[in-house]
Write a new protein. Sequence first.
Length: 478
Amino acid sequence: MITLLHINYSQDHSEKILPLGILSVGSALKKNGFAVNLININEKEINRTVEEIIKTNPDFLGISVMTGTQTKHSAELSKKIKQKSNIPILWGGIHPSLLPKQCLEESYIDFVAVGEGEETIVEFAGKFLKGEELGSILGLGYKKEGQPVLNPQRPLIADLNKWRLDFSLLDLEKFIFPLDKYKRVIAYKTSRGCPFQCAFCYNYEFNKARWRAWSEEAVLEDINFLKEKYKIDAVKFYDDNFFVDRKRALSLLKKINLPSHLEIRIDFIDEALVKELKDLKIFDMLIGIESGSNRLLQLIDKRFTVERLLEGVRVIADNNLHASYSLMVGLPTESRKEFKQTIDLMYKIYKIHPKAGFTLGAYLPYPGSRLYEFGLKQGFKPPATTEKWGEIDRFRKNFSSPWVNVRKVWTIRECFKILSWDFKPLKKWFEFRIKKNFYFLPWDIYLVERLAGVAIEEKGILGKLLRRGYNFLRFRKI
């Protein structure tokens, strides 16, 4: 038996995101005759899961790891397993693909899969379980006499249709969640990669700036199965860029015929497209606009200007579509003026589009991204160990950046989050904070966060009362 593990990194435990990475790799193993067990947990379940894994004693444990908090928790779990057993541990996913040598220097990691894992893990399982030589497996890293060895990289998968998801490997009911006004939403992906080359993004190294997609027939077969068997009423697409092929995207959305949440570039937005999206029941779009400074937009190679992105925002607002805008501060060489330009841009968008959502994070230097080496020259000191990368998470308030006060970034983000609520006294207070650039002593945010956390976690009558109070402030269902 092979066990594959994913530790949920979502800060919102109400969203049980389908672990598409281990599901795809597990499906590849099952297709090739291997017995496989998939485990998806959150950080509170690590100790229990360690005991379960040791008890089942798999042939090897594969862990999918993204840089950030997930790295920390994956390292914690791996260490605990190694303290009590000799189970071989393989790390795959974005983090070990970007830093394979550093991962292999850890005593608790035996192997790494670099890049897409489906073909690598099938070949690895076949050879490893027979005790055969591993040197010919493309995309694999291992240890020889205690030293890291990295085999040549494996080419990107040419035909994604070769690797389809086997939904029987998971209890899908656990991964259906409420979102907006929809009750049964599921995560899904129709493509991989992105042809754009944003200088801060891991995609440049991981997917070589290439976009590939599953066929329309394969996608529709999956979605129709999920509609019929699990009665899903909406889809949250996790494609890096859903509209690379506009004709394909619109055709898929029409045939899927479900409300959808997706990611799109702001410079793809025009009047004709937005009208189609409205007809197609798109209930939210995640749009990376990144900065309010044209100089920084050019530095990170976004290929649009502040003026162009505001045109897109106005078109979205005029058509009453919802969008969530993603921005970052703390880019290398960002001045105080440029920092303020980004916050001012967020407020300008809020005034144009009052129901807009925002995510604001500190720039995270991803190894392999085009901006990484520049970041090193500008003062970024990369963590010396794998576990320390767990402290670098752009949405956490304790992440240490050489270019920005991350706690202030967290405070600003929370202020904008509350602007989307419907309780006017709260909205007015937090709008005052933003307009006056007053982000000190965020006692009010801590109180609201505490109420939110207790409302979500608390059970019984008290939990119900707290949720009602919390929803009264937000006027949205949890």
